[in-house]
Structures are given as structure tokens and as C-alpha cells.
Ligand binder design. Sequence first.
Ligand SMILES: [Zn+2]
Length: 247
Amino acid sequence: MLTPSERERYDRQIMIGEIGEKGQEKLKRSRVVIAGTGGLGSPIAIYLTAAGIGVIRVIDHDQVALSNLNRQVLYWEEDLHRKKVDSARTKLRGLNSAVEIEGITETITEDNVSRLVEGFDVIVDAMDNLPTRYILNRCAIEKNIPFFHGAVNGFEGRAMTIIPRETACLRCMYRGPVPQEKFPVIGVAPAVIGSIQATEVIKYLVGIGKLLTNRLLIYDGLNMNFSEFIINKNPNCDHCGSHVRKE
Ligand SMILES: [Zn+2]
């Protein structure tokens, strides 16, 4: 049940017919893990905290650096050299103290990923590298936890929603070489993509709308257009194909 203060805080979103009080209660009962609290993780965490998710776990091994501040809007100058998750927790608690924020300072690996996402309803991909995305993708499929992919580069970005065992996964879509480690980003690009990922998470948790599944959404900020590519589930995918499925 919602408290009077929650009804007031979430008034504008409860007004949305598809959400209502029932939807808000679902958000309150939900547990979301955000892998990475950088450029994508910042808007994702801010908007999901503002929306009233029950528990949000943020995972990042890094400390705040000056070169983060052009895009990682959770962090300010006063946060320089602090652990990102500590700084993120302070900001998010200040925004909405009713949301339980867990900060974990760890690097996501094959060995710890299962423990890090255990018991969560969704995993949000706010990473900055493909190898860790693959670790998360595989774990999401194994544990049957929906996975919300997003990535940016320069003025561009992309997003796709993955429902394990039903829709195409990250690996169905991309099997090419791992791109360069350091890539350019203008801060507004992850703001756009992170907001799309947070929108997808809210829709999934409430159970409304049409998800971005089997569709890769591409955002081109320089030409200001969105395009969409159909992604088919690959039956021979080495992450989600039937031959690797664990029942
Ligand atoms: Zn796949």
C-alpha cells in the first residue's frame, strides 16, 4: 500500500492511466540492479529513484575523475576521487529517501556476477565495455532476469530490451570484434539512451506498453533521428540458443 506522502510524491505518474496506484505499488515492490554508474548509470539511477523503485543496487568499481563530469551527472566537483557508488548513494538518497539504495564497489566478473544480481527483478546494462555486457547478458539468460541494454558513442546511442528465453539477446545481435576501450561521448547521448532504458524498466515492472524487444533502437544525435532494426533470435546463439539452455 502507498502512504499519503507517496501518493503526493508520485501524483503525476499515478495519474497515468496505465500506471495508477497498482502500478506504483509494483514499482515500490521492485528490485533493480544497475551495472555501472557512469554516463548511462547516472540518468538511469536518477530517474528510477525518482520513480519510486523499492530497491536499487548500483555496482561500480571506479572513483570519480574530472573527465567523468561531462556526462556522469550524478557526480559533482565535490565528489572528485570519491568512490562512485558512495557518491551515487548520497545523491540518490537525497533525492528519494524511501528508495533503498545499495552501493557495491566491485568489478563485475564471471565469478561474482551471479551473486551480484541474485534476487533482482531486472538488470540494467550501464556498462562501458562489451566483454562485461556479455557477462551480464549470459547471466541474465541463465537466471531468467530481463536485461535492458544501452550503449553510447559520440553523439550516438542504441538500446534494446532482452526478455530471456523469449526474445533476441545481445549476443544474437552482435558477435563482432570488441571495440576500442576509450571512446568519445557527449553527455547528452547517455542522457537520451539512459532515459530510454529507464522507461523500458518502468514499463516492464508495471507490465504495460510495448517493449523494445527484438528491435534495436539507434539514436543519431547529430542528424537527430531514431532508426530501428529488427533483431531475430538466433537459435544457434552461444548465449541463448536452445543447446545452451539450462532448465
Ligand atoms: Zn542470443
